[in-house]
Design a protein around this ligand. Sequence first.
Ligand SMILES: [Zn+2]
Ligand SMILES: [Zn+2]
Length: 311
Amino acid sequence: MTRHRAALVVASLLAIPVTAPGAAAAADVSAAPESTTVILLGTGTPYPSAKNQGPATAVVVGRRLFVFDGGPGVMRQMEAAGLPVRGGPVTALFLTHLHSDHTLGYPDLLFTSWVMGRRAPLRVFGPPGTRRMTEHIVAAWSEDIAVREQGLERESPGGWRADVHETTGGVLYDSAGVRVLAIPVPHGNWKWAFAYRVDAPGKTMVISGDTRPSPALEVAARGVDLLVHEAYPEARLAPEKRPGGEDWPRYMRAFHTSDRELGALAARAHVKRLVLYHIVRMGGADEELLQGVREGGFAGPTVIGRDLDRY
Ligand SMILES: [Zn+2]
Ligand SMILES: [Zn+2]
């Protein structure tokens, strides 16, 4: 897709009120005026780190809880953030793509929430393949399901279920002041990967997931309050000393976005605040990444996201 065409597609999506298949009414809306809080549940990468759990971002609007990606540790991070973990608190889960670092917490969201009293199916939006992944996860834990349902734990039958909606982009949720748009982005040889734009009371934001610089994301991010975007330090990009390591720079450029590229994109999009997450550091310190963003041309507020940060 050309840059111009991608921009047109996103611009039209941003303007149209859509009822896509799977768009659903809010399950639980409080009467009080709602505000929106973004919580970085996990800012990490595949690299296991106690300080950086797997990628997951919560958008809390009143009593509704939207979760973007299910990286490892996601339910423990919900608890650490003071979010409810009992009774199935997640209004909807949106997967950016099916890379394991973004979905290893998906079984956690399915089964831990069940053990914590969930009865209704978990609403899940994701790319083609999400249904198959869900079926395989359920099959993998079939012994656990049988024991918990039929044994003395007496868990609610079927409380582990997911209501899966596969998508190739567009508006997935539009209800009571919250709108979620999936934007196809280029992530190497993945056929489908999405960034998400969320319009919520008092806040607009784009969450990148994994992507190389994306013109469609840039259009969607125009003037948003918050752009939560992946990054790596361009100055550190070099072949690695391991079998296949010579392809590392080529891989990073095809799959991910450098600090300088991100700075240029954020400047063109005039975002109000930039938050870096899912940082493949390659030894780069915070200051190097911030410097890279500035060199790219973005002079606005920029932060290196930490787990449990709130915006
Ligand atoms: Zn990925
Ligand atoms: Zn990733």
